[in-house]
Design a protein around this ligand. Structure first.
Ligand SMILES: [Zn+2]
Length: 316
């Protein structure tokens, strides 16, 4: 009897919370607009554009490598109920699936793959497609496109502007605030882009040996050549012959630095460095913050990356 009473007593609260989650005016339980972002760079961008008006839920917890993310039921519910979802199709399969299954419209869903120009996966960094019929590849997915769009500041500008449009659609009363926030954020990104252009204008070498194939967009923007150790997904480790090729290239080009990253084991990079007499340095693909970078953000980490690149490649 007691149990039944308790259930009745909590029922109105449960109902009112549920009603807030999917309400027409887009208000979250605390009156803020709820944004579910698939991983850190998009969560950061949504926070910059939304400011105090949004509550951003990053689906990839700090310290977690976002490739091959798995979602908890609570996070699947967040993809269903959030006022806005931002993700990039074909990067995190679990998020793609949750978005597919959620009853969402184009107005309240931002697929970053639709607002930036995706590049084909760099030769040598393709994912393994064991036993896959190549004739089928064209129509089943875009898995052969490189997802690491956010490492080009100009792509982040496009993402910021798309977020502004979506937030203004979800919450038109505050469109002016979103526009002002976006202008300030875009100015910071444009300044970052300028810093990269001038910082990397003249370098002794333009080749970068990276932990995994995350830096194609950055390399393309600033005229660098990426030689990735692992593939598009950090778990795609190189074969012994690929490893030998990279080691030879490091020796041939007199490359002095092998880049590692926070969320991936440096074991292979360390081996190459040892064999070639190179050193290692962290080049952050900014797929998520870690214990060591908890106080940083996208812009500060990109500036650290620039500093690291300038030193490693002797740029002036
Ligand atoms: Zn990656």
């Amino acid at each position: 009897m007691k149990k039944t009473l308790a259930l009745v007593a909590t029922l109105p609260l449960v109902l009112s919370l549920a009603a807030c989650g999917g309400s027409e005016d887009g208000a979250a339980a605390d009156g803020k607009i709820s944004v579910a972002a698939s991983f850190y760079p998009f969560a950061y961008a949504a926070q910059q554009v939304g400011g105090d008006l949004v509550d951003v839920d990053n689906l990839t917890a700090p310290g977690v490598e976002p490739h091959d993310l798995e979602l908890k039921p609570k996070q699947v519910a967040s993809v269903q109920d959030a006022d806005l979802v931002v993700f990039e199709e074909h990067f995190q399969a679990a998020v793609d699936e949750a978005v597919d299954q959620a009853d969402r419209s184009d107005d309240d869903t931002l697929d970053v793959a639709s607002v930036v120009q995706l590049k084909p996966t760099q030769a040598g960094a393709e994912e393994e497609h064991e036993g896959e019929d190549h004739a089928e590849e064209d129509d089943h997915d875009h898995g052969d496109e490189d997802p690491h769009t956010w490492l080009d500041p100009q792509n982040m500008i496009a993402i910021a502007k798309a977020l502004e449009t979506k937030l203004a659609a979800v919450d038109p009363d505050n469109a002016q605030t979103y526009a002002a926030n976006t202008t300030a954020f875009v100015n910071r990104l444009a300044s970052l882009d300028k810093d990269f252009q001038s910082g990397l204008a003249t370098c002794r070498t333009r080749t970068i040996v990276t932990s995994h194939a995350a830096f194609q967009y950055l390399a393309a923007r600033y005229d660098l050549t990426q030689v990735p150790i692992a593939g598009i997904d950090p778990s795609n480790e190189p074969s012994p012959s690929q490893l030998a090729d990279i080691t030879q290239l490091v020796k041939d080009q007199g490359i002095t630095t092998i880049f590692t990253e926070e969320l991936v084991s440096p074991a292979i990079a360390d081996t190459i460095a040892k064999e070639t007499g190179a050193t290692t340095a962290t080049l952050d693909p900014i797929e998520g913050l870690s214990e060591n970078t908890a106080d940083e953000d996208y812009v500060s980490l990109m500036l650290k990356n620039l500093d690291t690149l300038e030193k490693a490649n002797s740029c002036s």
